[in-house]
Design a protein. Structure first.
Length: 191
């Protein structure tokens, strides 16, 4: 449960932008769905929609970092930890009715060539997730360079599988990625 009007505005923005993207999400819709008065939005986000979107991406990034860390910490072996994370993610995407998953994908795609600040914020979010996976892989004996490459592959596979799962309305793409990443990591040697 959100504790402040600012938190409510950010959480509502996260949900709306995940479902419909940056450009399709208007400030009036955010205000209506968050229940916040217009003055609150401009008080907390005087620079408007871009500033609010940045706060939403950063909020989402921290939440996902926490989710990744929670699973990877609970399961000692890297391949099993990553497979567990992907399996849980597949379940969460399915439980959401295929509306959740890929919380910054639409923003990243929309802003990559038109908004440098949002592009950088999305890049930083993806990089923070990659860093967590890379660190876990290093604990399994992968070199830093190899772990970083595998983490890039992992984030790309996750993002793509989320899109496929949402469009197919099936957890199968995420489950397939979980299985194949598990096999890859079990067959791959550090180096």
């Amino acid at each position: 449960m959100m504790s402040t009007k600012r938190d409510q505005i950010i959480e509502t923005t996260c949900q709306l932008m995940e479902m419909q993207g940056y450009h399709a999400t208007g400030l009036n819709q955010i205000l209506a769905e968050s229940g916040a008065p217009k003055g609150s939005l401009y008080y907390y986000f005087p620079k408007g929609k871009e500033e609010l979107a940045i706060a939403a991406v950063e909020h989402t990034s921290r939440a996902i970092q926490g989710n990744i860390n929670s699973v990877l910490t609970a399961v000692p072996e890297p391949a099993a930890a990553i497979k567990t994370f992907l399996t849980i993610l597949a379940e969460k995407v399915a439980e959401s009715g295929y509306q959740a998953g890929g919380p910054i994908t639409a923003i990243a795609l929309e802003s990559a060539s038109t908004n440098e600040t949002l592009r950088e914020t999305c890049h930083d979010a993806y990089q923070s997730w990659q860093d967590i996976f890379a660190q876990k892989l290093q604990t399994g004996g992968y070199s830093a360079a190899h772990a970083a490459r595998l983490a890039t592959l992992l984030i790309a596979a996750i993002e793509g599988a989320i899109i496929l799962s949402r469009s197919a309305r099936s957890p199968r793409p995420l489950q397939d990625v979980a299985q194949e990443i598990d096999l890859l990591l079990k067959c791959t040697h550090s180096g």
